[in-house]
Design a protein around this ligand. Structure first.
Ligand code: PMV
Length: 373
């Protein structure tokens, strides 16, 4: 498949103070998953992965390097982060990489806003580190191209390497820092795909994806077989995209995600992100498919389900899905009331009223505004 040579969308902005830049990057959802690092420091994955960048779900980050600052400061959604926290340390890790590349020691001010509604239940690390890597590197005077930005964003969070690009992005596992980067393979307007994010639980996950990945790689007998399967899945998915066979693509997407979760279920101790509500949504998706609807499920490190569908049909699909999911959940609650308890024996977890549905269409790559010097 021919790849498209994309340059970042950069605007010189005379209203910005020197040594500063802002960047906006969209979230992405993997169709073929990244799960497992073979180099934790460089964040080199075992497998290549493929994702869809989503519009309107983004992080906007401003970075300025200021001579009079004694420490880096990081403000996230209006709250200044404590220097003892994990997020602060990860942000400073990215700033240090940028300072090293630029040959500077100046401290930075980082102000970031997530426009990924918490209701969507999506991780913000992909959009967050794509925006941070872009803003910080341009503020420091580095003029990185999209591939270099993708490599840099990868060092913050693997999935961020893909959020530099719009549409369908392929992250090549590579062999080293230089060869592990993402690339756009289909522009947003050409994909005719969409996602419906079904949010079941907005709380922070009990086990981070970082920890869950590590545990899976180290202890799960199902991990290496999934790595091999995932390579075949990717090749088949790319072929399905090439011939515009969404049914084939959907089948592969669902089996790749469920396979990833199986590797976690077999880790020691197991990591299980599924809840009863997750099973209810997966059932509704399967039932719809049996009635001819174009819907396939995928999941990340959490209980929420993302449903892949055809871009042109997303509104009608969403209405049908909502009706069916609510029906499933209501049926379970009533079943409980009649004495038929769900697996966890907890009907309060099945309140369908709390379930949220968000339509996400294909979005663009990162945009950067930078000062003039
Ligand atoms: O980029 P991270 O470290 O947050 O890992 C993301 C992993 C998954 O979301 C589960 C899969 C993926 O490819 O995005």
């Amino acid at each position: 498949m021919p790849t498209l040579d994309i340059q970042p969308n950069v605007t010189l902005d005379s209203s910005l103070p020197p040594h500063s830049a802002t960047a906006a990057a969209n979230a992405n959802i993997a169709l073929i998953k990244y799960w497992g690092k073979r180099d934790e420091n460089l964040i080199l994955p075992y497998t290549s992965s493929l994702s869809l960048t989503l519009s309107d779900l983004y992080t906007q980050t401003a970075v300025s390097f200021e001579d009079d600052l004694e420490q880096d400061t990081v403000t996230l959604d209006g709250e200044q982060l404590s220097s003892a926290g994990t997020t602060f340390r990860r942000v400073v890790g990215m700033l240090d990489l940028v300072r090293e590349k630029a040959g500077i020691a100046t401290k930075a001010r980082v102000v970031s806003h997530n426009h990924v509604p918490t209701a969507a239940g999506l991780a913000s690390s992909a959009s967050g580190f794509a925006a941070l890597a872009s803003a910080a590197s341009y503020a420091a005077g580095l003029r990185l191209n999209s591939r270099e930005l993708s490599r840099l964003a990868r060092r913050g969070s693997g999935s961020a390497s893909r959020s530099i690009f719009g549409g369908l992005a392929l992250w090549y596992a590579g062999d080293d820092d230089e060869t592990s980067y993402a690339e756009q393979i289909v522009a947003p307007e050409d994909s005719n795909l969409a996602m419906i994010v079904v949010t079941l639980d907005e709380r922070k996950k009990p086990v981070s994806s970082r920890e869950a990945m590590r545990r899976t790689v180290e202890t799960s007998p199902a991990y290496m077989p999934w790595v091999e399967q995932s390579k075949r899945d990717l090749a088949e998915a790319l072929e399905a995209i090439r011939v515009a066979d969404i049914e084939k693509l959907g089948e592969i997407v669902e089996r790749n995600a469920l396979g990833m979760h199986e590797t976690m279920h077999k880790a020691a101790p197991p990591v299980n992100y599924f809840t009863d509500k997750t099973y209810a949504v997966l059932n509704a998706v399967k039932d719809m498919r049996e009635c001819g609807w174009p819907v396939w499920a995928t999941m990340d490190a959490g209980p929420n389900v993302k449903v892949l569908t055809v871009g042109d049909e997303v509104d009608r699909v969403m209405e049908e899905l909502r009706g069916r999911v609510e029906g499933e959940l209501r049926g379970r609650v009533e079943g409980d009331a009649a004495g038929v308890t769900d697996a966890a024996g907890d009907s309060r977890n099945l309140q369908y009223e709390q379930t949220k549905f968000t339509v996400a269409l294909p979005g663009d790559g990162v945009t950067i505004h930078t000062s003039l010097e």
